[in-house]
Design a protein around this ligand. Sequence first.
Ligand code: PLP
Length: 343
Amino acid sequence: MDIKRLLRRNIRTLKAYAAKEIPCRVKLDANESPYGFPAFVSAVEKIQTNRYPDPEGKALKKAASKRWRVGIKNLLLGNGSDELIYYLITTFGGPVLYPTPTFSMYGIIARALGEKTVEVPLDREFDLDLDKMIEAIRNYRPKLIFLSSPNNPTGNCFSTDRMLKILDTSKGIVVIDEAYQAFASKRGMLPLLRDFERIAIMRTLSKIGFASLRVGFLIASEDIIEAVDRVRLPFNVNALSQSIAEEVFRNYADIDRSVQIICRERDRVFKELSSLPLLKVFPSEANFILFRIKNASSVHRKLLQKGVLVRDMTSLVRDALRVTIGTPEENDIFLEALKSIVV
Ligand SMILES: *Cc1c(COP(=O)(O)O)cnc(C)c1O
């Protein structure tokens, strides 16, 4: 095909992000919340369909700034945090450093933009390998470091000490991706905004019931926000999403309740999985659990035959599957299906 020859070199070997829709009865593969909030959609009745959305999302930023106690000028909205990753790498360029295994978009977007990636394996506990990270920072001088904490797909938070050491060592921007912060027992890194100029924090509504909106937040110093804003497309968050997202901040108690249910269920599923023979289950501070099981890909297929879709993580972590926490009923169906396969 002729088109192939027209591609930029770095795009030739790139593969599209595999977000296949696989039909199933119980969907536990994408770290979505099992709880939706259809009533919040009434917020869109106020919008003017003929007008462009607020280019800066002022009302939504105001609501977020109150909740997180940060200045409006410390906030930038994205069409999901994925878009913010894109903007960060567009703004600052590479090398882009991140530990592995982690969220795949850091590498995919860096490569799409033709930037060098530096991958440093996590240690045996899936925590940051500080010596290797610092060595990589010295050798490659990354412009951007992405730390997902809690980390997807391993579920743990990185130790604060080690993140602080990395902040101290790096001359580039350290992005803490707190997509799963709502489910974590430790406080996030927002309080560090005051002390570190080169820290940027990402939050998203996607894992707490609003994946369909595509709303993410970058929280950082005014200098970083001003820089990233230069590459932002003018109307990147649409009016419907802005207005429903505002409603989220007005009704946060509802979200908190659903998060609490999910955390309780996570701890129950963790115990149940841990009691099964031949499974290695990793503790989680997120809304999913990673576990090791023999013949993981075959177990994945057998679960799907029973209508349960989890994520096959074997390409990133040997013998590993990742299950998203669903409703209590969905979790029971998953646990029963898994038991019938392994015992
Ligand atoms: C799901 C996920 C995201 C993507 O968030 P969106 O706001 O939906 O784009 C970002 N980071 C991590 C670590 C994730 O797991």
